[in-house]
Design a protein around this ligand. Structure first.
Ligand code: CP
Length: 301
């Protein structure tokens, strides 16, 4: 099966993926075991936008599952000679490659999936539209810290409009039945959300009583012009720092997430980095287990 978006999954299937990842986890550790159940499969990474953690964790996940991992770089491929992406996928099919993991600034993956039914397609980031594997590892990390995903009070703060992470995360929260979700951003980065009842431009009031706080990076690469808000104003009003969290949240059971990459000094002050509530490294580690689970489900279903 293809793994194209979160909405294709029901709550029971999300839980199935989490349990698969749980089973890959080495007990009492943050690492995932080698389990070469896909040793006869080949996977091709096709990343047309930059990535560190998604690309590397899909590679580590595939290696852990015994897969052959191939990488094709657009700049050194025959796409430089005018070959289309469709023809590139056809070559991959003819070479016996089983799955393509694609990150692209456009929504190309859906047409490719229709065009090449023998290939398994896995979405590793689709413009500002979706990032389903990220939302699964985010939920998996929350699930390690809270009993029920529907119960926490959620806050997402930062560049809402350009975040594919937010789009998929909100879909995933709906599937697991989360209802208490607050969004916070400067108006110019939250136009798609500011009319909603759960939008709060004031970070201090938005933080009050929250259990799961996710910060988002300003996606400069997707902005059409300069921001009106200055860096100083942004930091003053929207940056999360240790003292602001302690003062405004009102309890000490909260966790802090960020999908990365983090621009420390902008959306997060570096003083949050080593705090127990900061689960950013745990998110990165969980990327391996969740992507092992996604590859397993996609290739063995
Ligand atoms: N979270 C995320 O997608 O990070 P990368 O861009 O480094 O893959």
């Amino acid at each position: 099966m293809n793994f194209l978006n979160i909405n294709q999954l029901k709550a029971a299937e999300l839980e199935e993926i989490f349990q698969l990842a749980d089973n890959f986890l080495i007990p009492d550790s943050n690492t995932f075991k080698q389990d070469p159940i896909l040793a006869d499969k080949k996977v091709l990474n096709l990343f047309f936008e930059p990535s560190t953690r998604t690309k590397l964790s899909f590679e580590v996940a595939a290696h852990n599952l015994g897969m052959s991992v191939l990488n094709l770089d657009e700049l050194s491929s025959s796409m430089q000679k005018g070959e289309s992406l469709e023809d590139t996928i056809e070559v991959a099919c003819n070479l016996g490659i089983d799955a393509c993991i694609i990150r692209h600034k456009e929504s190309v993956i859906h047409d490719l999936a229709n065009q090449f039914p023998s290939m398994v397609f896995i979405n590793a980031g689709e413009g500002a539209i979706s990032h389903p594997s990220q939302s699964l590892l985010d939920l998996f990390t929350i699930r390690q810290n809270f009993d029920q995903l529907s119960k926490p009070n959620y806050l997402i703060v930062g560049d809402l409009d350009h975040s594919r992470v937010l789009a998929s995360f909100l879909e995933a929260l709906t599937i697991v039945g989360a209802k208490n979700i607050t969004l916070c951003s400067p108006p110019e980065l939250g136009k798609n959300y500011s009319a909603g009842p759960n939008f709060d431009e004031d970070l201090n009031s938005a933080l009050d009583g929250k259990d799961v706080i996710m910060a988002l990076r300003i996606q400069h690469e997707r902005l059409e012009g300069a921001l009106n808000i200055s860096a100083t104003d942004y930091i003053d009003k929207f940056q999360l720092n240790h003292q602001k969290l302690l003062d405004a949240v009102g309890h000490d059971r909260f966790i802090l997430l960020h999908p990365g990459p983090v621009n420390y000094g902008i959306e997060l002050n570096a003083d949050v980095k080593d705090q127990d509530y900061c689960k950013i490294n745990q998110q990165v580690m969980n990327g391996v287990g969740i992507r092992m689970a996604i590859l397993t489900k996609a290739l063995l279903s």
